[in-house]
Design a protein around this ligand. Sequence first.
Ligand code: G3P
Ligand code: CA
Length: 292
Amino acid sequence: MRKMLRRLLKGVTAAGLLVAGFSSGSVFADGKTKDVLNVAHRGASAYAPEHTLPSYELGEQMKGDYIEIDLQMTQDGHLIAMHDETLDRTTDGTGRVNDHTLAEIKELDAGSWFNEAHPEYAKPEYVGLKVPTLEEVLDHLGPNKKYYIETKAPEVYPGMEEKLLATLERHGLLTDKALAKRHVLIQSFSRESLLKIHDMNPDIPLVQLLWYDTPAVIEDAELDHIETYAVGVGPNYKMIDREYVQNVRDHGLDLHPYTVNKKADMKKLIDWGVTGMFTNHPDRLHEVLKGR
Ligand code: G3P
Ligand code: CA
């Protein structure tokens, strides 16, 4: 009964917000209504070396609404775009990011590994690509784009959140206008990191990432808590079902599963009511969304 009432109220709220140009937590790009966000995961990382400028540019070209950026921090305190805590997988370097200065990391080749791993998408211009700093990504793409930024391993990098917010501020991404248009979403698996950011600036939209090893159930109590600091959740998509999606949406939270690369899965999740998803193939998701 309580659930039914909640659904009814949410429906009324959603209808009212739609009239006003907002959704129940969903993001609207530049005044257009978008009910399912296309998040270019590490850029268009199926087609270019992840977390490099060409990958981000391709994400834009392939109609990603947001460019996803994972953050690590160098020994000398620079935020860089990289998924792993170590350099080994995506560069020709070795060892931990936080054992290296930015100058050392800038010496590395962040593209050749992709050509070797994905010969079908290899390009000569990927050889010798540099690991970009967050600053460089924002300078390159500019304040009119949308960024979905993850604080990775924040427990390893004290001060990461302060540096992130200062960088966003410098780039005009925390103005009232930018916040209203959700030019930045910040995501993390670390609740502590999100709570810290929420404490520093409660107007920044946050997404709680979740990982499940077994079929997922999400309780009202957990959603009630997440609602106090975040606008959405991001679970691994393989472990969720229609009921999970419904529960999250009943709480007015956005739901952005990761990392969805097959059209059949994209369609199923959209049918269940997700409000966006992370994909290495933003072109595929665009086709799916266009075809609805
Ligand atoms: O941020 C969503 C998704 O990217 C989380 O997984 O490991 O790809 O950062 P991961
Ligand atoms: Ca990520």
